[in-house]
Design a protein around this ligand. Structure first.
Ligand SMILES: NC(=O)C1=CN([C@@H]2O[C@H](COP(=O)(O)OP(=O)(O)OC[C@H]3O[C@@H](n4cnc5c(N)ncnc54)[C@H](OP(=O)(O)O)[C@@H]3O)[C@@H](O)[C@H]2O)C=CC1
Ligand SMILES: Nc1nc(=O)c2c([nH]1)NC[C@@H]1CN(c3ccc(C(=O)N[C@@H](CCC(=O)O)C(=O)O)cc3)C=[N+]21
Length: 282
């Protein structure tokens, strides 16, 4: 089995970023990471994103707020970040605590700074197959991993586990655009195993530590693990039990070191694109 490492894909994206930045005489593009609370997967994303921005020569600032911040206070803080001339792009870590109306924030965020595709305008573009906006970074990262490793998508059966707005749904649209035949599974799916075993490409984004082992995988399938979970020993792990795949899957992404590393590279690319759109100096 071949391990599909995120670093190689990230390096290709870095070259694109360097190309976009060529001749840049203006300010260095700057990312704002907005976090409420201390969820471990948010912290992992934040760490990964900060490292990636530094490695790509981009700026980043974290804005962290307490778990119990009120809806009103958060909106005030968020508006300031949204309107700041200093900031080219925003990553809002989600989900937000219940007292904050996430829907209002989705409508508030400047679509040109919305690097993770949460505004209705960007979502509509993903749905329509229009790539002039920003798709959620993780969904785009999965397609980047498949393309960079020359895994054909046209006509292929792809099974996705998860239907969230950050991974499953937008990813299904990006895969459709690539002419794949997509099956989306969720908690109400009957015969999950059968559906998974039907996929020539299996993509796990359920957020359940090691829930899929080799018995869910078709012989020779490509397995992409999006899950970022913490196991009983406090270590990061995916939705797939990677150690069982040898002899069944043909290729698989590890966690950490797989899709996560590409997600942060796509985020960096989106940041530079956002900065380029805002001013012609970059
Ligand atoms: N690598 C990366 O770059 C990223 C990783 N992540 C990680 O990916 C995972 C998923 O994230 P996210 O989409 O936000 O999570 P959500 O909890 O929002 O969604 C999980 C989805 O998986 C489905 N699901 C959960 N359990 C099962 C099950 N036992 N059987 C079938 N379907 C199931 C849910 O179904 P239903 O709709 O019926 O509830 C839901 O659609 C998390 O571990 C997260 O940390 C997220 C973003 C980026
Ligand atoms: N609006 C929003 N969009 C998201 O995409 C989103 C989110 N909120 N909330 C949290 C989850 C989780 N997530 C990760 C992405 C990359 C790494 C990542 O870079 N991981 C490195 C390890 C980094 C480390 O822990 O040091 C790796 O997998 O190699 C981790 C986690 C995105 N999520």
């Amino acid at each position: 089995m071949i391990t599909l490492k995120g670093a190689a894909v990230s390096a290709k994206i870095k070259e694109q970023v360097e190309e976009l930045l060529k001749g840049n005489t203006g300010r260095i593009p700057k990312l704002a990471i907005v976090r409420v609370g201390e969820r471990p997967d948010d912290l992992s994303y934040e760490r990964g994103a900060l490292k990636k921005m530094a490695a790509f020569g981009l700026e980043a600032e974290c804005f962290a707020f307490p778990e119990d911040i009120t809806d009103q206070d958060f909106k005030k803080e968020f508006s300031q970040i949204n309107e700041s001339r200093d900031i080219d792009g925003i990553l809002l870590l989600r989900p937000l605590p219940k007292q904050i109306r996430e829907q209002d924030i989705e409508r508030m965020i400047d679509p040109q700074k919305d690097l993770d595709g949460i505004s209705p305008i960007n979502i509509a573009k993903v749905f329509a197959g229009d790539d002039s906006g920003f798709a959620p970074c993780t969904a785009e990262a999965v397609v980047e991993v498949l393309k960079a490793n020359e895994i054909p998508l046209t006509g292929k059966k792809v099974t996705l586990v998860g239907r969230s707005m950050v991974v499953g749904r937008p990813l299904s649209m990006l895969l459709l655009k690539e002419n794949a035949t997509v099956t989306i599974c969720h908690t109400r799916t009957e015969n999950l195993k059968e559906n998974c075993r039907n996929g020539e490409i299996l993509i796990a984004a359920a957020g359940r530590a090691k829930m899929l082992d080799a018995s869910y995988v078709k012989e020779g399938a490509v397995v992409i693990d999006v899950g970022i979970n913490v196991d009983e020993n406090g270590k990061l792990c995916g939705d797939v039990d990677f150690d069982t795949l040898e002899g069944t899957a043909s290729m698989a992404t590890p966690v950490p070191g797989g899709v996560g590393a590409v997600t942060t590279a796509v985020l960096a690319k989106h940041l530079v694109l956002a900065a380029c759109c805002r001013r012609d100096t970059v």
